[in-house]
Write a protein that binds this ligand. Structure first.
Ligand code: PSU
Ligand code: MN
Length: 314
């Protein structure tokens, strides 16, 4: 072989047009569609998230691997195919290259979506919740690759905090160790996905998109790499109180341990059980918080697009 192969990046028509015109783009992940939400709400929600980004003045780029192409933006048929296909792989940093090389199809997690967004020159990414340190990680060593990607790849990720199924204090400790800025929006506490308040205070707070955009640009100017985690609380009217969730999360976690669920199956299993145990209430909350994150991400992308980088030496 002579030299490395060309990267099989494939831009959707809509994203290619936005790039050509210098318009802001927001990356969206696809694991939430294949593994995070039940059918048929997964496809409906994926469409709603894209619509929310457009409504807020940016272009959505849902990212996935389709038949060995790293797609930056999916058309309607591709999105429908991904949402209804059986057995789609869940791709994180470790799986991405092998899936591309084999010409297969897979959905990208936060980590893999950050890598793709960076390759495509996209600065901002909206999702529901990031992966993190699992409960019992002192025994299982289960720490999501999402945290390491946030430490390395300069993309601003807007999420509703780490999922409450995780060990949030440990997740925050690892983020601090890795040097990832964790920025709460509009409150001092770190949000806990389905609930607004985790009871933990956020290391940083910035209440407006312009300020978050400036922090992103300044972090890039420092030249040390790495992203930012923007922790955007779920809208008040959709939150599920932490007290309601706590016993259900404990039950789902015990069941996962009893059945020997491990590795990349843990997060989808827990999310599925919480959905059943809350009788669908967690789904409505999940959809509301993702849409809220899509709006904020679009606003940040618009600000980054219009904010000049700091001049050298200042
Ligand atoms: N948030 C959700 N549903 C999901 C995920 C996040 O509401 O399915 C996915 C994201 O793709 C995240 C992944 O990156 O779970 C983390 O998986 P793991 O813990 O195996 O790294
Ligand atoms: Mn894991």
């Amino acid at each position: 072989m002579t030299g490395p192969p060309a990267l099989p990046l494939a831009f959707s028509a809509e994203v290619a047009d936005a790039r050509a015109r210098g318009r802001p783009v927001v990356a969206l992940e696809s694991t939430i569609v294949t593994h995070g939400l039940p059918r048929p709400q997964n496809l409906e929600t994926a469409r709603l998230i894209e619509a929310e980004v457009r409504q807020a003045g940016a272009t959505p780029a849902t990212i996935a691997v389709m038949d060995g192409r790293l797609c930056i933006g999916l058309d309607e048929a591709e999105l429908a195919r991904l949402a209804t296909a059986e057995g789609v792989a869940k791709l994180s940093r470790a799986d991405l290259a092998a899936c591309l090389a084999a010409g297969r199809t897979g959905a990208t997690t936060v980590a893999a979506t950050m890598i793709a967004a960076r390759l495509a020159g996209i600065a901002v990414f909206a999702t529901g919740g990031i992966g993190g340190v699992h409960r019992g990680a002192e025994h299982s060593f289960d720490v999501s690759a999402d945290l390491h990607e946030l430490a390395r790849t300069p993309v601003t990720v807007v999420a509703a905090g780490a999922k409450a199924i995780l060990d949030l204090p440990k997740t925050l400790e690892v983020l601090e160790t890795l040097g990832v800025p964790v920025i709460a929006v509009g409150q001092d506490a770190v949000p806990a996905f389905w609930s607004r308040d985790s009871g933990l205070s956020a290391p940083l707070r910035i209440d407006d998109a312009a300020g978050i955009a400036r922090a992103h640009i300044m972090r890039a100017a420092l030249g040390r790499g790495g992203g930012q985690l923007v922790a955007n609380p779920i809208p008040r009217e959709h939150e599920i109180p932490a007290e309601t969730l706590a016993p259900l999360i404990a039950q789902a976690t015990d069941e996962a341990a009893a059945r020997g669920v491990a590795a990349k199956d843990v997060t989808p299993f827990l999310l599925g059980r919480i959905l059943e145990l809350t009788e669908g209430r967690s789904l409505a909350a999940n959809i509301a918080l993702v849409l809220n994150n899509a709006r904020l991400a679009a606003a940040i992308a618009c600000e980054i697009g219009s904010t000049p980088a700091a001049p050298p030496g200042c």
